[in-house]
Design a protein around this ligand. Structure first.
Ligand code: SF4
Length: 310
């Protein structure tokens, strides 16, 4: 396995922006390339230890007059004001795509991948065509062709026979299954493992939570910072909930801890900052109902159909 760091982009960025101090942000798996970036920049350089879950979190308030952010591309819904270079750092990994062949259902297969594995999609398409499938990838504003984010699955157009999601672990495939409200095939290129994820049980639990929330009197809307600050969505949900007779309080949080969520006085908590928190970090909370924005909207409007993420 090898991470591909575009060193020329780093040099060109420094030449253009001429910062006196650079902050490098990277998820823990990319600290080695982050170190290499600091060697390249020839100005003062620090590696941030703040969590970097997505392109949504480029910390503008931290030191440095420029940011080099590794592992993601720009978040479709936000642009940092501070000069920021996003470097995807694609992964070259030896993987066995053959394992997906007998697991796919139907002919027309939509492919999706996280940005670091988009480089696998061309090979996958070619192999799928060779096996008689019709692979498809789509593009949406702010996303690369075939790209999926934990909170943005617009590239997975509905109505096709099957969906193949390329990402390490199950996180992105699970989000895709909930978004599409159907099963998807998850392919992990690191382990060459495939797994079909059926969201039926998860959907039933989420719909139950949505129903529970529809009768609530008090709601905490937890907004975030940087790209996780969503003022328009906060206003819209607040107005909608108040019209429905709910009392709403807005909170701002950079990192949402369990302790914070459990100590909120409101019965229902909506994680606007990152919709995945409601499912992945607080999906097992019993003391209160924690929802993603789309789920809360469904609760207030009394929708029968599930909506995720926004
Ligand atoms: S899923 Fe959460 S962390 Fe990932 S891009 Fe979306 S808001 Fe950011």
């Amino acid at each position: 396995m090898r991470y591909v760091l575009d060193e020329e982009k780093v040099k060109a960025f420094i030449k253009e922006v001429k910062p006196s101090k650079v902050l490098v942000e990277a998820p823990p798996g990319l600290f080695k390339p982050a170190k290499r970036v600091c060697e390249l920049v020839s100005v003062e350089c620090e590696i941030s230890a703040m969590p970097v879950f997505g392109g949504c979190l480029a910390y503008e308030f931290l030191e440095g007059d420029a940011i080099i952010h590794l592992g993601h591309n720009p978040y479709p819904w936000w642009t940092p004001k501070k000069p920021t270079l996003y470097l995807e750092v694609p992964v070259e990994v030896e993987t066995d795509v053959e394992v997906v062949k007998d697991k796919l259902k139907g002919k027309r297969v939509v492919l999706g991948a996280v940005v670091q594995h988009l480089n696998l999609l061309d090979e996958l398409k070619e192999r799928l065509r060779g096996w008689g499938f019709e692979p498809l990838t789509f593009t949406s504003k702010g996303l690369k062709e075939g790209q999926v984010l934990g909170c943005d699955y617009r590239n997975l157009r509905r109505g096709y026979d099957d969906y193949l999601i390329v990402a390490g672990g199950r996180f992105h495939a699970l989000g895709a299954a909930l978004y599409l409200k159907r099963d998807v095939l998850a392919f992990d290129p690191y382990s060459s493992r495939v797994e079909r994820l059926d969201p039926t049980k998860a959907l039933a639990r989420r719909m139950w939570l949505v129903k529970e929330a529809s009768n609530t009197k008090t709601v905490a809307l937890v907004d975030g910072h940087e790209g996780q600050a969503r003022p328009g969505l906060v206003r819209a949900l607040k107005e909608m909930a108040e019209k429905a007779g709910m009392r709403v309080r807005v909170y701002k949080s950079l990192i949402l801890t369990r302790e914070f969520v459990l100590n909120l006085p409101e019965e229902v908590v909506v994680t606007l900052s990152c919709p995945r928190l409601a499912l992945d970090d607080f999906g097992d909370v019993r003391e209160k109902v924690v929802l993603a924005p789309g789920e809360f909207r469904a609760a207030v409007l009394g929708l029968d159909s599930y909506a995720f993420p926004f």
